[in-house]
Write a protein that binds this ligand. Sequence first.
Ligand code: CA
Length: 228
Amino acid sequence: MSRKILIVEDEAPIREMLSFVMEQHGYQAMEAGDFHSALDKIVEPFPDMILLDWMLPGGSGIQLAKQLKSDDFTRNIPIIMLTARGEEEDKIKGLEVGADDYITKPFSPKELMARMRAVFRRVVPTSLDEPLELEGLKLDPVSHRVSCNGASIDMGPTEFRLLHFFMTHPERVYSREQLLDHVWGTNVYVEDRTVDVHIRRLRKAIAEHGHDRYVQTVRGVGYRFSSR
Ligand code: CA
């Protein structure tokens, strides 16, 4: 099946041109002309990439990128910002909110294709819907359920997101700040020790069959999820 590209651009001629270029290169194009119709189109099955204009009626592209990148379900959708401005500060702002790349207008279709291919290569093809399992501990992102050896486990939404993040990123140490960025979203201002609180709750929730030992404290650094 061909990859689906959502084009968010309010200038119809540019949008139609991009749409044409996408189809020409074997992609399936979807179009949105403003902030809210873009949001309406970002539903499952999610687009494989979003080409996102900077200035949109109803809200900015930056705002949309920020929103998508701080949501568990949409954060893995690659975003390329289309910007008319050449200013360095704007580019940095785009990358800061999590856009995967940007391209300055006017650009050639060839240039855009090269950027898109580079971003696709960089993005790890993980499916957010895939059920995860580790030694009896199961997490199903679709039904939002966690179970252990068949018995369902209750936990809060933050603990669920934490566990999902850990299970998809095992054997690596994350600082509290990194966990905040990944699990709570960037630009969310909560204190570092909030992480500790939710780590404690998560450990408690999965402790019955000893899975709490996977959530390991790495002194002076942060936390790691490991079965070793
Ligand atoms: Ca615009």
